[in-house]
Design a protein around this ligand. Sequence first.
Ligand code: 4AD
Ligand code: MG
Length: 462
Amino acid sequence: RTTVAQIFADQAAFGGQTVTVCGWARTIRDMKTFGFLELNDGSCFRNLQVVFADNEVENFKEIAKCNVGTSFVVTGTVVLTPEAKQPLELKAQTITVEGPSTPDYPLQKKRHSVEYLRTIQHLRPRTNLFSAVFRVRSVAAHAIHCFFQDRGFVYVHTPLITASDCEGAGEMFQVTTLDLANPPKNEDGSVDYSQDFFGKRANLTVSGQLNAENFAMAFGNVYTFGPTFRAENSNTQRHAAEFWMIEPEMAFADLNDYMDTAEDMIKYIIRTVMEKCPDEMNFFSSFVDKGLKERLEHVASSDFVRVTYTDAVEILKKNNDKFDYKVEWGCDLQTEHERYLTEVVFQKPVFVTDYPKDIKAFYMRLNDDGKTVAAADCLVPGIGELIGGSQREERLELLENRIRELGMNPEDYWWYLDLRRYGSCKHAGYGLGFERMVMYLTGVNNIRDVELHPRTVGNAEF
Ligand code: 4AD
Ligand code: MG
């Protein structure tokens, strides 16, 4: 069995050869004495044009009557057609109908809206859009592994079930073996989790960072790449309840090391995807987001902006008339502000650094001013926040104080604090939201269309 990708990759060698290809019909056209079958086998973005003639194949009528979506096994000769629109076609000798499709096949040859495609998630990988998105997603994932592995980072797997709330936002899905309709109770009436499988309240992780720090304090440079979960009731185009995150953690590194690494990583991912997915990127640039390729090329070859939160707030305040939510020092930046900075003011990716400590997580390193932390978010046009990260508080006393200040219990973090007792060192890391990266690479503007089965508010059917 030969794949369509193999044939297109080595056209000269395949010209004149007999091959067997398996795939699904995108279109079937009956021209009376011969017919065209556009076959897609998923190995690449392109379809293979199969020509079947009444006097060549014995079941011409059967094939010509088939519906779109039918699966076929085709044996034939590869004919190079340099003059034609397609560089080659397959002249069929035998065609076997593997599995017929019915006339009500939902993906007829026309452009379907993304909204409609979300209602047939099990079939949408067969469309051009999803063929391109998920190939880019795969290539981007591989590029991320290559980027870190080439630099000596160790790939670590952190648990998905955990008792700690890394971001301290309480947006966690609870995991329990107890019957919560009728749970065992403590004397004070609270749920007695000691009878649970985990012995205490457990959740799905919102971030692997705290565990990644454990690894970093032994391996130096590590990264995670796995699913994370947020029970936030955010019904937006860029929030999902289940998404994948890449979280590098680097020992003996500071905020600038994080930003340098993240910037290199994004450029590397862009370059790799542009090089390995030219058909897909042409498709996105033509049908999803005009000018995408040029913009990404520019991003890959120019420096990102770095601006402090305080300076960014000064810029935004001057434009408060444009925002629903007015900006002042101390407020959390909303998507409208993030997009204004990156799309209007700088027109390229921006790291906003040194946020007020009160709007950031407990583990971020306090700056000398006592008000801000060594954090940075990377904002990009079209998306807003793509990466969140920081230098970590490596000083035991300050970290303990901060945990108490936020009303958290240091005892719950005894193992995390131990890292500051035994050979603490400055360290930094970040989290890249993988779906947002795929959106950025493809121009797709809704997170529901870069996950096959998105877990957004109200969606878990498939
Ligand atoms: O900014 P966040 O919450 O940072 C952390 O979780 C840190 N512990 C990461 C670290 O330093 N190791 O999330 C990081 C990124 C965001 O910038 C965003 O791209 C993505 O994860 N993200 C989401 N993506 C989709 N849906 C959601 N609900 C997301 N929440 C965060
Ligand atoms: Mg964030």
